[in-house]
Write a protein that binds this ligand. Structure first.
Ligand code: LLP
Length: 456
């Protein structure tokens, strides 16, 4: 994906995978955002998530402009909601908002972060398949721009909450189109046999939309469709857009109410390994704009305002995880194969994705020139189980040794946000780098933080 940033990186740091400002210095060490990773490690310790702020902002802007330009000929605007589940902190919520994005939250906790960042309630959306009454009350008190309903039962619950709050709740209805897209079954969300949304083909979507129209405490903004995550084939977006436009027209024919907005969700895939090609937001924007125009023309309805909810594609590639190498151990796998196990000072507690989804990453030694012949290595963590793998298979310099700094790129999305304290390992900090300055935006957890929860 083009982010409008110049990539001055040598060939072994694929710019699709590494943060935009990653560079190899004359002595072979890598810097990001103008900060030498050795200095960063010395000042802030490892493991640490290192986030390229300019890259984050550029990617956020890129989504906004690509979709605005693609839909402008249709005469409709586009709202881009940054999906906070990928990674949310006060700083990134503020950056996203400064770049003209709204914030998509999925829990009261994410909502609290967005509000703490000073994002106006109107620019925040709330999702969730099992929202609590407290979450609904809080969202309404904050005046959120929309609540995305996920079940028929929730229609009544949100209407009741709006009545309690003495307000009218702006809502969308999340529908499932049967389009199955994305990298792994756990992250594909619009096929029928799962917990999210209301089925279009089963009729539940239409029933929920009509139920919303019957409640004066609810303002029906539109229809929401999210088909999955880490999608690299754009055809699913078009298929889903077709189905949603047809549902919108059907509802209008039945009730006279043409919903003003349609959300096409997130799910834009990124490159994790060198050579992988990320989904191009510009191409998806153009293709979906064409689909929406064609579908609406054939249905005889004016096109709706569009919103999207990218998370991974904005934050994923902006961040690398910086580790220090500890134990290095050659393991004889077969008579011909010796695998070098490289243990780092983190693992599945800071990146659950390899263990949970079999996700593949790459890694590189970043504290020195790495010109030795390579060995076949497996990067593993420090946790008490053999599935604690960070990078299953990667070529590392044969002289990789204790004390080297190792970076794993493309960990910005669903890294820190799914991190745990397994084995009582404190979660790493998030350090933002920009113009030669490193700023801690989420501090490292301490043993005191962990013990503070243990009331004995
Ligand atoms: N909107 C909704 C309603 C979603 O459920 C999601 C992701 C997004 C937007 C953002 O999707 P993105 O653009 O980030 O793909 N933990 C998994 C991914 C779970 C995605 C959940 N929903 C992973 O690490 O791959």
């Amino acid at each position: 994906m083009s982010t409008g940033t110049t990539h001055a990186v040598p060939p072994h740091l694929d710019p699709a995978v590494w943060p935009a400002s990653a560079q190899v210095g004359v002595d072979g060490a890598v810097s990001v955002g103008g900060v030498d990773l050795r200095t960063l490690a010395a000042d802030h310790g490892t493991p640490a998530y290192v986030l390229d702020e300019a890259d984050f902002r550029a990617r956020a802007r890129h989504f906004r402009t690509a979709f605005a330009e693609a839909f402008a000929p249709l005469g409709v605007g586009v709202d881009v909601y940054y999906a906070g589940k990928a990674f949310l902190s006060v700083a990134v919520a503020r950056w996203a908002h400064e770049e003209g994005l709204r914030i998509d939250t999925a829990t009261g906790g994410e909502l609290a972060v967005a509000l703490r960042a000073g994002v106006p309630g109107l620019d925040v959306g709330l999702h969730g398949n099992n929202k609590s009454d407290a979450e609904l009350d809080r969202a309404l008190a904050a005046g959120v721009g929309r609540i995305v309903l996920d079940s028929l039962e929730e229609v009544g619950r949100v209407a009741d909450a709006a009545a309690r709050a003495g307000t009218r709740a702006p809502v969308m209805v999340r529908v499932t189109t049967g389009v199955h897209a994305g990298g792994h079954e756990y992250i594909s969300t619009a096929h029928e046999d799962q917990k999210f949304g209301l089925s279009v083909t089963g009729g539940q979507a239409l029933a929920a939309l009509r139920a919303v129209l019957a409640r004066p405490e609810l303002e029906l903004l539109g229809i929401h469709s999210h088909i999955g995550s880490q999608i690299l084939d754009p055809s699913g977006f078009e298929l889903a857009a077709h189905k949603v436009m047809a549902l919108r027209a059907e509802l209008a024919a039945l009730t006279g109410h043409l919903v003003p907005e349609v959300d096409l969700g997130g799910g834009f895939g990124i490159a994790y390994l060198p050579g992988e090609v990320p989904l191009d937001p510009e191409r998806v924007a153009k293709d979906t704009a064409r689909t929406v125009a064609e579908a609406c023309a054939s249905l005889g309805t004016p096109p709706p305002r569009i919103s999207i909810e990218p998370g991974r594609a904005i934050v994923g590639p902006t961040t690398l995880t910086l580790y220090t190498v500890g134990t290095v151990k050659p393991v004889s796998v077969t008579e011909d194969l010796v695998r070098t196990y490289v243990s780092v000072d983190g693992g599945m507690s800071d990146n659950l994705r390899p263990a949970l989804y079999g996700a593949a990453y790459t890694a590189a030694v970043v504290s020195r020139a790495a010109e030795a012949a390579t060995v076949r290595a497996r990067v593993v963590g420090k946790h008490c189980e053999s599935g604690d793998v960070v990078v299953r298979d990667v070529a590392l310099p044969a002289d990789v040794a204790r004390g080297d700094l190792l970076a794993v790129p493309a960990t910005g999305a669903y890294g820190r946000s799914m991190a745990s304290n397994y084995n009582h390992v404190p979660r790493p900090p998030v350090v933002a780098v920009r113009d030669g300055v490193a700023t801690v935006i989420v501090r490292r957890e301490t043993e005191d933080d962990l013990l503070g929860l243990d009331v004995g």
